[in-house]
Every structure is written in C-alpha cells, then in structure tokens.
Design a protein around this ligand. Structure first.
Ligand code: UDP
Length: 323
C-alpha cells in the first residue's frame, strides 16, 4: 500500500517508514522538518511541507495515489503545551483538520492516528484500559482528545475510518542501530539519562519527588519504538480488512518510576548517573500505565521488546554510535 507518513522524518515516523518498507508497503513522507531530520527518512520520497498547508496537500494528493495516512506530526511536550497552548491547538488540531479536508476531497478514507495516554489525565495505580475515564489535564492531552472525537464524527458523517493509537511512553531505538531519538531540544527521560551516562550532559533532573507513588517519582509505561510501529502495521491491516474505527492503548502494562529508570540505565550502561532533584514539571500526571489487552486481542499485536533493559540498551547503542 502507498502510505502517506505525515511527520515521517521524526522519531516515531522515521522508524515507521523503515518498518513499512520492510513489510512491503510504499511510504511517502510529508514533513516540514521543524522537528524531523531529512536524513532519517530511509528509502522513501520526502516532501518538505506542513500538513496544514492546502497548497502542499493539493498537489501531493493529486500526484500520489495515497491509500492510507499515518499522522505523526503532533507536538508532544506536555510542559510546553501548558505554556503555549495556542501552538498545540494550531498544530495538533487546526493543521490536522486541513489534512483531513484534503484526504476527504481526494477520497482517502483510512487513517492511523497517533493519540496518547495523556487523554486519560490523572490515573490510579491500576492499568488504564480504553474504557477508563477520559479527562486530560494538559493542553497536549486535550488537543489529542479533540482530534479523536473529530475522527469519530468524521467516521459517522463521511465514512473516514480511523484507528487511534494511544501511546504510553515511546522509547528505545531501531534494533539494527540505523535510527534513534533525535529531538532538539530533548525533553524525554531515557535519552536525557543516556546523555548523562555518555558524558554529553552533567546530570539528570528528576522532576518531582513528592508524587503519590512508592518512591515519590512519576511512573510511566515505556514501550519500544519498534513495537509501537508494529502496532501501526497491525492497525493498517485491521482497517484494510474492514474493521470499524477504534482506539487502542499501546504499552507493556508495566510501570517504572523515574528513579527505577535511572537505576536500570546505570545497570545497562555500567556508568554513574548524577541526579539533581527539581520541582514537579507542569502538567505531569503521577502514574500512566497501560492495559493493552484490546490491541493484543483485536489487532493481534504483541510486543517483541517488552523488557526495559532492551529498550534502554537499544537507546544506549544509538547514543554511543548512531548520533
Ligand atoms: N522526567 C524527569 N526528568 C527529565 C525528563 C523527564 O524527571 O529530564 C520525568 C517526567 O517528569 C515524567 C517522566 O520523566 O514523569 C517521563 O517524561 P517524558 O518527558 O520522557 O515523557 P512524558 O511522560 O512527558 O510523555
């Protein structure tokens, strides 16, 4: 299938392009390179432009016979979304609405959408399933939830068929070492810890020691980037086989605190990791852990790299050799 990968030069999108090719599909990338890197697009056509620009979308859809779209072009920093909500609503909602208009105009009716665990907001220690209450606590989570609802309405009214994948914490790197995480500035926990391990950064800041968790630091469910991308392939198959639109959690069902991730990184790298304690970061919920049974049952998905050591070790390989 010819798959338009919007945001295909970014962290998740670039891994997706590689896995689409390996699965025999033909990815075409649309990316404005605001956060992505042209050299991360391996073996696919790259069209440089913003998915909110009709003058970019029109010729693209006219010239390429796109079967399906995957959207990875969202802004993703929780704390930034609290400071600059306009940026988040303009990009994650308005630009995407323009993309949807173009899809519908050109009869492209299948979409795999990158949603997030942040739609759930504050959660207890029980893993979240898709029927858990939706109540985002930051603009980032709200922007994604708006879009999920738009997509449901578009399914009823226009026959657009969408699978929304609610990512927990995407992490790790390509097991072959060809691709990895290259956010600038980097804000994510695992790559920042590994910068400390490799000596590129002096210390890791721990945002909050007073959360209602056993060690006081936030708990997240880290999922390997390659497993996340495999779930998109499964979602594509599901849409192709006529399944109704739906939302699926993607995580391993196991939570690790910030302090536990630092310990795991010390053990994987064998290096010391200096810590600085800071206040809480705005917008961060205490705990987010997935129950991904629905994705396993309905998409036939299962993670190949559920162990945190593998996730950290692939990211460490990239930190040392890939950048
Ligand atoms: N975090 C931290 N120090 C950092 C970066 C992140 O303590 O330098 C914490 C953050 O507060 C959150 C967890 O690590 O509790 C995961 O944050 P990340 O930004 O990686 O992903 P998010 O959960 O925000 O999507």
């Amino acid at each position: 299938m010819k798959v338009l990968v919007v945001g295909g030069a970014g962290y998740i999108g670039s891994h997706m392009v590689k896995q689409l090719r390996n699965a025999g599909h033909e990815p075409v990338v649309l990316d404005d390179l605001s956060n992505g890197h042209a050299d991360a697009v391996l073996g696919a056509k790259l069209i440089v432009g913003n998915c909110g620009a009709p003058d970019v979308l029109e010729p693209l859809f006219r010239s390429q016979k796109i079967d399906c779209v995957m959207h990875f072009a969202g802004l993703i920093q929780v704390e930034e979304s609290v400071r600059e909500p306009a940026k988040y609503y303009n990009n994650n909602v308005c630009a995407m609405m323009t993309l949807l208009d173009a899809m519908l105009r050109h009869g492209v009716k299948e979409l795999v959408f990158s949603s997030t665990a942040a739609v759930y907001g504050q959660a207890g220690s029980t893993p979240l399933d898709e029927s858990s209450p939706i109540s985002p606590i930051n603009p980032y989570g709200r922007s994604k939830w708006f879009m999920e609802q738009v997509l449901q309405d578009y399914e009823s009214a226009y026959g657009l068929r969408t699978i929304s994948l609610r990512y927990f914490n995407a992490a790790g790197a390509d097991p072959d070492g060809e691709l990895g995480e290259r956010h600038e500035p980097e804000t994510h926990l695992i790559p920042l810890i590994l910068r400390v391990a490799s000596g590129r950064q002096d210390a890791i800041q721990v945002f909050g020691r007073d959360y209602p968790t056993p060690d006081g630091t936030c708990i997240r469910d880290y999922i390997h980037i390659s497993d996340l991308c495999n779930a998109h392939l499964a979602a594509l198959e599901s849409l192709r086989s006529g399944a109704k639109g739906s939302a699926y959690n993607l995580g391993n069902g196991k939570g690790f605190s910030v302090a536990q991730i630092i310990e795991a990184a010390k053990s994987v790298t064998g290096r010391p990791i200096q810590v600085i304690e800071r206040d809480r970061r705005a917008g961060d919920p205490a705990i987010l852990v997935a129950n991904a049974d629905r994705a396993r049952a309905e998409l036939g998905w299962s993670p190949r790299f559920p162990d945190i050591e593998d996730i950290i070790s692939h990211a460490w390989n990239w930190e040392r050799t890939g950048l």
